[in-house]
Ligand binder design. Structure first.
Ligand code: C2E
Ligand code: CA
Ligand code: CA
Ligand code: CA
Length: 280
């Protein structure tokens, strides 16, 4: 990963603020910052499957910290600290560039057309330079804009004009935008038709309530109907059972991801050959 550019990004932030945020003075925060600049972050990729065909539709990039002593740590162990200290912007920039480069190389290696979804924090999006950063990552890696989805959590869709302006700019360039954890925030529903989004990611809590023999729940059916009316695609997350795959497929859900399909893995372990056998 291009450590130099990241260091510059961080220095620029520091200069602008005049000093390091006080909270960065803790050993834990310094550890995390060093981990980011030393290349200890790695990215795992979870397959997203097209429910109509069973083919791989894309992958979601999920950050991990390959800790020298504590092993492979999930985001829950360090994202809150990253958010609190502002380091999350640097982290996000690194994951974005890594994902674009790794997925482009993987496309070339395997011939797959699958693209990548990257999680974006609210702090990154609030930065006016964010769209330029994304466009540079695409240009540097050679990844087509149409192969990148930016996932923004529903709660992060606060009414920040910079944010929607940035997302509009990126969509004009061909990047798609997903509302992550859709249905948990209730903040976007009233203006969903005005937001610059293409995909709803139906939160796992809704998928959990899909039980055998009953199709989808009324709420899931309603979300799918609304998405169709607004011309949005829907990805179901956290699919853990075959009957959920079948129910979501029958209800017209476009894509799904979850442990039942495949866990997050290094890119080379993503199963390209196997089609998901969707039960009748
Ligand atoms: P998310 O965006 O909702 O990602 C889905 C999470 O659910 C991932 O957890 C994934 O491993 C997990 N998951 C997928 N399928 C299943 C399933 O069938 N069952 C269960 N129980 N879990 C499943 P992970 O990797 O621990 O990530 C947690 C959260 O951390 C993500 O939630 C996302 O909000 C955040 N995150 C991850 N990577 C990044 C990143 O690069 N940048 C930012 N800003 N946030 C990230
Ligand atoms: Ca996500
Ligand atoms: Ca999610
Ligand atoms: Ca979720």
């Amino acid at each position: 990963w291009r450590q130099r550019a990241d260091a510059d990004l961080y220095d620029a932030k520091r200069r602008r603020r005049g000093l390091l945020p006080a909270s960065l003075d803790t050993p834990e925060a310094e550890d995390l910052l060093r981990a980011i600049t030393d290349g200890q972050l790695v990215v795992r990729y979870q397959p997203v499957v097209d429910l109509a065909t069973g083919d791989l539709a894309g992958v979601e990039a999920l950050v991990r910290w390959q800790h020298p002593r504590r092993g492979l740590l999930g985001p829950d162990a360090f994202l809150p600290l990253a958010e609190a200290t502002g380091v999350v912007e640097l982290l996000g920039a690194r994951v974005l560039r890594a994902a674009c480069h790794e997925v482009r190389a993987w496309q070339r290696r395997t011939g797959t057309r699958a693209g990548v979804a990257v999680n974006v924090s609210a702090a990154e999006l609030a930065e006016p330079a964010y769209p330029a950063r994304v466009l540079r990552a695409l240009a540097d890696s050679g990844l087509p804009a149409a192969d990148l989805v930016l996932e923004v959590t529903e709660t992060a869709f606060a009414d920040v004009p910079t944010m929607t302006r940035s997302l509009r700019e990126l969509r004009t360039a061909g990047v798609r935008v997903a509302v992550d954890d859709f249905g948990t925030g209730w903040s976007t529903l009233s203006r969903l038709d005005q937001l610059p989004v293409d995909v709803l990611k139906l939160d796992k809590s809704f998928v959990d309530r899909v039980v055998p023999g009953q199709g989808c729940t009324p709420v899931v059916d309603a979300v799918l109907a609304m998405a169709r009316a607004l011309d949005l695609a829907v990805t179901a997350e956290g699919v853990e059972h075959a009957h959920q795959v079948a129910a979501l497929r029958d209800a017209g859900c476009d894509t799904a991801q979850g442990y039942h399909l495949q866990r997050p893995v290094p890119l080379d372990e993503v199963d390209l050959a196997r089609r998901v056998r969707v039960p009748a």
